[in-house]
Design a protein around this ligand. Structure first.
Ligand SMILES: Cc1cc2nc3c(=O)[nH]c(=O)nc-3n(C[C@H](O)[C@H](O)[C@H](O)COP(=O)(O)OP(=O)(O)OC[C@H]3O[C@@H](n4cnc5c(N)ncnc54)[C@H](O)[C@@H]3O)c2cc1C
Length: 416
């Protein structure tokens, strides 16, 4: 069933009785050509692009819970491609281009909103670093603008310009950046993949990886054994656990990251704003809630909920930048499990086990990457060669010292 204005009007006239489930609830077949573990954004996008762009046979996505229970439905929905390092800029720009055509491609309203991302700077050295990043982006054909204080004040008048502990000096802006409704991305990719014949199997936890002589043969799951000619891992915060099942280790630590939403307010913040003197980022949802977040909690954990000191730290960052939000009431907070690599960049690569591929280490920047991570991971699985824009995301870069440390903070997963 195609979604369109006509179908909405038709269903409204019929009392909305004709809508079909968005994806088939498949039961597991004995084996598949490709099995993807993880029904988050990465797993579902991979399955979709495998089915759409590559002739790989039967495909299944195995999800231990329900679609969208993981980070894809927990993030602060920000998309951008304002990266400055060679391995990163073309990859994230591919993702941005895919976001721009996504809703037409998958026939799903994911509320892609290119409302602009403003990274505020507070000192001369930070301005210079942002100018360098903006110039790199422009050299790659990515949009970037450096605003001074008065230009920024005209666009965002409510920041604390006159009495701030960290004076606001200006911003690096990517106007094509913005937000996307996160769970709609999971539902949209699931529906589009299912339409192309992918089996989406929920409540199916992978508990073991079956190998013979170093070659993957399938998986043990809570719904029985499922054979697989090729296997892709896309489980975000559980990446190390799955690698452990396959008998190797990843340079990844799992940490909790929290997000927050305020009570609904009248339209106030019409873009994405990030604080440059602390860790704080904010946008406003269409329902009116201020959606914001900051740092990870700072210790290793598989808990999907956080702690009050981080709540305080994030709120302090927000109030330092825009004191007026101090009067808003916090409605909800939640956490997600981040797979933090040692350089803050992801891994899309072969694994030490033949026919087992890994898509991991997205830290807390993987939502914006969902279309490109799916596109490039599908390319890797189908062609057994990395896609050119993801070729730097190799697992052996940690052993070889070819790190992609966008923030320049070193091997400190809690700082990326
Ligand atoms: C609070 C928060 C804010 C964030 N904000 C942003 C942001 O603004 N912008 C941005 O770009 N990124 C952001 N991120 C990061 C982004 O959400 C993640 O990097 C990205 O969603 C990870 O990829 P995914 O969607 O595939 O992960 P997930 O949705 O977590 O998918 C992994 C899936 O694997 C399943 N799974 C795990 N183990 C197994 C198993 N054994 N068997 C079967 N299935 C299994 C899980 O149940 C889960 O559904 C944020 C994350 C959080 C938590």
């Amino acid at each position: 069933m195609r979604y369109s204005a006509v179908s909405v009007i038709r269903e409204a006239l019929r009392g909305h009785k004709g809508w079909k489930p968005a994806w088939r609830k498949a039961t597991p077949a004995p084996s598949y050509d490709v099995v993807i573990i993880g029904g988050g954004g990465g797993g579902l996008a991979t399955a979709y692009y495998l089915a759409k762009n590559h002739n790989v046979g039967r495909i299944a996505v195995l999800e231990k819970g329900w679609l969208g229970n993981g980070n894809i439905g927990r993030n602060t929905t920000i998309i951008r491609s304002n990266y400055g390092l060679p391995g990163n800029t073309p990859f994230y720009e591919l993702s941005m281009k895919l976001w721009e055509g996504l809703e037409q491609d998958i026939n799903y309203n994911a509320m892609v909103s290119q409302r602009g991302v403003f990274n505020i700077y507070h000192s001369d050295p930070q301005r210079d670093a942002y100018a360098r990043r903006g110039n790199t982006m422009r050299l790659h054909g990515v949009d970037a603008e450096l605003l001074d204080r008065e230009q920024l004040r005209r666009e965002i008048p409510f920041l604390d310009y006159d009495n701030a502990r960290f004076p606001v000096q200006g911003a690096l802006v990517q106007r094509r950046g913005g937000t996307v409704r996160h769970d709609a991305v999971a539902w949209g990719y699931a529906r589009a993949a299912s339409d192309r014949g992918v089996d989406i199997i929920e409540n199916c936890e992978v508990t073991g990886i079956i190998q013979e002589n170093g070659v993957v043969m399938g998986v043990e799951t809570t719904r029985g054994r499922i054979g697989a000619r090729k296997l892709g891992i896309a489980v975000a915060g559980s990446s190390s656990l799955l690698a452990n099942m396959a008998g190797f280790r990843l340079p990844i630590e799992s940490h909790v990251l929290q997000a927050f939403v305020s009570e609904g307010l009248k339209p106030l913040i019409d873009n994405v704003i990030t604080f440059g003197a602390g860790h704080f980022y904010i946008s406003q949802s269409d329902k009116g809630g201020l959606v914001f977040g900051g740092d990870i909690d700072g210790y290793n954990s598989y808990a999907a909920r956080g702690n009050l000191p981080t709540v305080e730290d994030v709120c302090e960052g927000g109030v330092a930048l825009m004191p007026m939000i101090g009067r808003a009431r916090l409605l909800r907070s939640w956490g997600g499990i981040m797979d933090m690599t040692m350089d803050g960049s992801p891994i899309i690569d072969f694994s030490p086990v033949k026919n087992l591929f890994i898509n991991a280490g997205w830290c807390y920047g993987g939502f914006k990457a969902v279309p490109a991570m799916g596109y490039c991971f599908a390319h890797l699985i189908a062609n057994e060669a990395p896609h050119k824009v993801a070729a730097a995301y190799r697992l052996d870069r940690f052993a070889e010292g070819k790190l992609i440390d966008e923030k320049g903070v070193g091997a400190q997963p809690n700082l990326h």
